[in-house]
Design a protein around this ligand. Structure first.
Ligand SMILES: [Zn+2]
Length: 253
């Protein structure tokens, strides 16, 4: 029963994340006005705004103008709902569940905005660093010291890499947004997860880059935003970090 509630809660939060994804890059208010169809501008009634269900009932089309509704809506709602369930099963009804769900929700917004606009909004990552640090004072999962080292290591390492890259190749490699994002990841997950996140995201990012180059024939200058890979690496670290580190130590004993 509680699992079902965590899914419904997740879908509702996902619906709000969609609003953030559309409005934050345009610096619009995320509270007012209510949802509108982007094609005909008609306000969307509450019964047409039920996460996942409305999209299915309307066959993915606006009730008024019949233009298609972006598949981003049900995708983000579905992924957020599943994240909520997954975290609930890991942490149970606890503060840890709420904090790490807020963390994953922030990563979902950052990922989609970075894919569309190649930016990571400071309005998410900077408060995120503060929330992570404060949460470490309360949460049993992480100490304040670990969180603080995570911020410094996360922000510092990417800053150094970015500066070196710029110095050697004379062009922008790592955006400042990535630096702040990894600092936020460090605040929530601690310094070990920062190292793991860098390794995982570089690995997955390189593989994806090679696949895109082979499929599209584009060279390295074709910039792929790094934020989604950092986010994915962080989520893997959150769920499987301890297992991966234990496995690594076991293999190298
Ligand atoms: Zn419409």
């Amino acid at each position: 029963m509680l699992n079902v509630i965590s899914i419904l809660f997740g879908a509702m939060v996902g619906s709000f994340l969609n609003v953030c994804i559309f409005r934050l890059p345009k610096e619009e208010s995320i509270i007012w006005p209510g949802s509108h169809c982007p094609h005909c501008n008609k306000p969307i009634k509450f019964y047409d705004n039920i996460p996942l269900i409305s999209y299915l009932l309307l066959w993915g089309k606006c009730r008024h103008c019949k233009k298609p509704i972006s598949s981003q809506y049900p995708l983000v709602e579905g992924i957020t709902a599943l994240s909520s369930l997954w975290l609930f099963m890991k942490f149970g009804p606890s503060l840890g569940y709420l904090f790490f769900f807020a963390f994953v929700a922030a990563l979902i917004v950052i990922t989609v905005i970075d894919l569309y606009h190649q930016i990571i909004p400071d309005v998410i990552s900077l408060p995120g660093i503060g929330v992570g640090l404060i949460a470490s004072l309360i949460l049993p999962q992480i100490t304040f010291f670990n969180s603080l080292i995570g911020v410094l290591l996360g922000g510092g390492s990417l800053f150094i890499v970015g500066t070196l890259y710029h110095w050697i190749f004379k062009r922008e490699g790592m955006g400042g947004g990535d630096v702040k994002l990894l600092a936020m990841i460090g605040a929530f997950l601690g310094w070990k997860a920062v190292i793991l996140t860098i390794l995982l995201s570089s690995l997955i990012g390189s593989i994806t880059g090679i696949i895109i180059m082979v499929l599209k024939g584009k060279d390295f200058k074709y910039a792929i935003p790094f934020g989604p890979f950092l986010s994915l690496g962080a989520v893997i670290s959150l769920f499987y970090g301890e297992e991966i580190i234990r496995w690594y130590l076991y293999m190298n004993r």
